[in-house]
Design a protein around this ligand. Sequence first.
Ligand SMILES: C[S@@+](CC[C@H](N)C(=O)[O-])C[C@H]1O[C@@H](n2cnc3c(N)ncnc32)[C@H](O)[C@@H]1O
Length: 234
Amino acid sequence: MTLRLENVVPWGRTMAEYVAMFDLTPQDLELRILDCGGGPASFNAELTKRGGRVVSCDPLYRFGAPEIERRVEETYPVMLRGVEEEKERFVWTRIGSPAELGEVRLRAMRCFLEDFEVGMAEERYRADSLPELSFRQGEFDLALCSHLLFLYSDQFDVDFHLGSIRELLRVARQVRIFPLLDLAGKESAHLRPVTETLERAGYTPHVRPVPYEFQKSGDRMLVVEGAAAAPISG
Ligand SMILES: C[S@@+](CC[C@H](N)C(=O)[O-])C[C@H]1O[C@@H](n2cnc3c(N)ncnc32)[C@H](O)[C@@H]1O
């Protein structure tokens, strides 16, 4: 399917948010990390500056920095208005207000945009999409997936989730997915079927609390380790 830029809502988080969402330890940050569905998050830019080894993939990366920047400028006020209208659905402790959220998101996206062209040349950003990635088997220790799987449960079915997790486990030893809520703020209807199917296939999926909550009750991640007994299917 061809990705159209007008269908993309670029909205990127910071490295501090990634560290909290995925409960990343200093040791975790030394691993070879894949940020799948990285979008305009500044995780790659910030971690690379600190000497980390991280690659981000997203279909968005087939566009140039000026096009992505234009799309950020178009969608930013719309996203912020949406958050203001539904302010009570979020926890305003780490980030104190919609205005502060806007500043944090814009800072993250600017940091991403400044890094993007150099990062593309260094192959730290790759225009890849789930459920099939072009990376080699075992190329990463840890694959992170923030605000894509489970969140967009209305767009992606259980089979897409299983195929995507299998693909992430092909390229990485461990996969962490956050949040486990859908866009309405409810636990994703796919979570149980996905974890039960993974268990039947010999994996040991764990739901773990994390020190991050912005969507109310969105304070858990799914962790899945590789080396399954059988192939995953729905
Ligand atoms: C809400 S953004 C999250 C960005 C970033 N992970 C963060 O948390 O700040 C979701 C991202 O998923 C990307 N995306 C959509 N479909 C995808 C797919 N099939 N495979 C990988 N990424 C995808 C979008 O382009 C978008 O950048």
